[in-house]
Structures are given as structure tokens and as C-alpha cells.
Design a protein around this ligand. Sequence first.
Ligand code: UTP
Length: 390
Amino acid sequence: LQYFDELDEAQQTGLLNQIEALDLSLLDLIKDGVKEVPKGKLAPLGAVTLGEIKEKKDTYKKRGLEAIRQCQVGAVLLAGGQGTRLGYDQPKGTVNIGIEHDIYIFECLMKNLMKVTDEAGVPVPLYIMTSVSNNRDTIEFFEEHKYFGYDRSYVKFFKQEMVPTVDFKGRVLMASETELAMAPNGNGGWFSSMVVDGMLEDVHKRGIEWINVFAVDNVLQQIADPLFIGATLASGCESGAKVVRKAAPDERVGVLCTEDGRPSIAEYYEMTDEMATARKENGDLLYGFGVILNYLFREDKLEEIADRHMPIHVVEKKIPYMDEKGNRVKPEKPNGYKFETLVLDMVHMMNDCIPYEVVREKEFAPIKNRDGVDSIDTARELLRGNGVLL
Ligand code: UTP
């Protein structure tokens, strides 16, 4: 409140309202140091492998296309993140990764989706999650680019909720004299945000029974993939997850397995060395399939869990803030915590989940960092490998 007296009445009221809306119980999570939620008993979970998919290709595809044509499948694009590692001020989806000509991340995703909808002959309803801070820019971008040729009546935007950020001592950070430094509440809240923002009416009206949720930053993301849909439906499971075979035992990916008998994703640091290196008789890793943030959930099951409490993860991030002297600081290294729920915890709330193997080089080109691994350069290389002209 250092600058409170310098503010006009409306600004003062605005700031007080923000303070009043703060969920200060979040601070309990860091009171005694940051602790991750302990995992239960982990066990391996077999996947539908590439070999099996090849064998049943026609059956899966037919079933998936049927579901799409009957409008049973909707898609949710998670685009509410702040992309701090990439360090781009605009929504990540608006990054132009082209060289000879413009090609935007959002455009790659829409083109991938349109490959499916062209074949099915119907559009797939697409819900785009934005945050309070990037909502307007995202909508304007889609408008400006005419939805990249997609039927705009099938696209809806919704906003996720924001939570406060704190420094390492637990002090709430300010963005300016009048605003707290808020951040989106993680990608786990996507379905409850859809409910809060009134999307369910549309979901029901269209008769959507399955939702394919995916990340914005994988430019090779295959959306509403008929084979994946068909395989998940055929499995009788409540959810499915696209997975890639781990490149090495110590690869830093979350592995799909079971935890106390329910599906779960174990992060690399949650596995013992023994588990990470254990192999089956045929030499394959026992915990051998990593998730790529592309899931299919039964819609009625999502409604069942929508009100349930999700674990909140405390994550160290670079958070732009205003210091005591009123300077705007853009930190070069992590300076505080964000509080996030994660979509992977939703998988654990399902009774079952079928891991569906995909070829990494064809479906996984994430853009997370400015350079090095998972950067624009590595994604470009992978796009070229798939015949995309840049
Ligand atoms: P990341 O975990 O990579 O987070 O998001 P991020 O915020 O985009 O990037 P960094 O960590 O700050 O560099 C994975 C996916 O989840 C979405 C992102 O947009 C991305 O598609 N996401 C993440 C949200 O939609 N909301 C969030 O609050 C966080």
C-alpha cells in the first residue's frame, strides 16, 4: 500500500477490491517450504502401441470419424499460459515461426485440425482457453487472420481464472501501483473455467460427449485425431492420452502409469532410478511412455469432477513486478512462485486412461524455450521433416 495515498479514489477502490478477492490460503502452501504432493504406489501401465494401432487402423479410424461426424467430439486449446520461458510478450500462439513466409503457431494448429475436419466433412467445435491478460490479443489475432479458414461459428473463447503471485518470502507481488501481479491459475482449471465462463451450454447443445484437450505449444499437435478417438472409444476407458516412447530412462518427461490403482502421471523426479531403468523381458522400459499434453476425456466424467479440489503446485517462475521504489522489473531468473493446477492431475481423477502411442517425430514439436531444446529451432527442424514449408 506504499503508493495508496497517491492513487485517485477509483484506483484505490480497484486495488482494495483486488486485495479483498485474494485467496490468501494459497500462502499456507509455502509456509513451511515448498513440498510436492506425495505420490501413492506406482505401477506400470501398458499402452496401445504403434504395432497394434497399425493392425486396427481402419477400425479405429472409422469409429473416430463417425464420432466426429456425429459431433460427439469437441476440442479445447489451452492457450492461457504466459510462456515465460520463451519470453514473448504476446500470446504464444501468435509467434511467427516462418522463414520464407509467415507461419504462426496458431496457424499450424488450425491447419492440423483442418486436415481432420476436411476428411470428416464437418468442423469440430473448438474452445480456446485464454487468460485475462491475453484474451483480447488472442481473439483479435484470430479475427485478423480470419480463423485461418476455419468455420468461426465453431470457435469459442473462454477465460481462465487468475491467482496472485508471491516472492520467495511469500510477499504478494505488485505489477504496478494499482495492480497486483496476477498469473493464470495453471492448465488444470480448464474445465471448471469452461463451466464458469458458460461454455457448457454450447457443449450440451451440440451433444459433445468427448473432449480432446491439447497444448498450444506443440506445432505438430494432431487434434481430434480419428484413430486416437477410435482407439479410446474401443478401449471402453473414460480417458485417453497420447504418449511417446521415452528416448532414454532419464528423459525428463511425465510417465503415464498407475498410482494406487488409478491412472496417473509420474514426473521424472518422482521415480526412483530403479523404476526409471526397469525393463520388460523384451527390453522395453517398464515405465516407457511419456505424455505430450494431448488427452481425450469423457465429458460426463469431467462434469463429475469439475467441483473437486485439485492439487495446487507451487512453481518457481520469472514474474515481472514492481519493486519498492516503483521500478518495473523483468527478472532474468526465477524470482517468485506461481500457484498452478495441472491437467495431468485430472487424469488421476479418472477411473481409467488408455495410453496411445504416437511417433514422436511426427506429433511432438514443443516450443518452450528461446533456444536449445524445445525451441523454435528444434520445432522448425521437425516441421521440415514433416514436409512443412517454412
Ligand atoms: P506450460 O506448462 O508450458 O506453461 O504450459 P506456460 O505458462 O505456457 O509456459 P512457461 O512455463 O511460463 O514458459 C503448457 C500448456 O498449458 C497452457 C499453455 O498455454 C500451454 O498450452 N497453460 C499453462 C494454460 O492454458 N494456462 C496456464 O495457466 C498455464
